[in-house]
Design a protein around this ligand. Structure first.
Ligand code: SF4
Ligand code: SF4
Length: 72
């Protein structure tokens, strides 16, 4: 299980994560953050495969992935 979290306040709306997500589940939100940008957000978190490409691409370290440990 992977949880993806966007630090919306750090997002400068560059769109790199949108462009590189292989599942095409990241979009720019309609609202504007405190810096005046449309922040990135995930449309369908359950489709995220946890590849972390979005987090690597983000120049502002605005995306965090959290993975549940699998035991046994
Ligand atoms: S971890 Fe991979 S699949 Fe999930 S949102 Fe980021 S780029 Fe897309
Ligand atoms: S790559 Fe980072 S700064 Fe650029 S739109 Fe995505 S979350 Fe925002």
């Amino acid at each position: 299980m992977v949880r993806i979290y966007f630090h919306e306040e750090r997002c400068k709306g560059c769109g790199l994560c949108v462009k590189f997500c292989p599942k095409e589940i990241i979009v720019m939100a309609e609202h504007i953050n405190a810096m005046g940008f449309h922040p990135a957000t995930v449309t369908d978190p359950s489709s995220c495969k946890g590849c972390a490409v979005c987090a690597w691409m983000c120049p502002d370290v605005a995306i965090e992935l959290e993975r549940d440990e699998v035991h046994g």
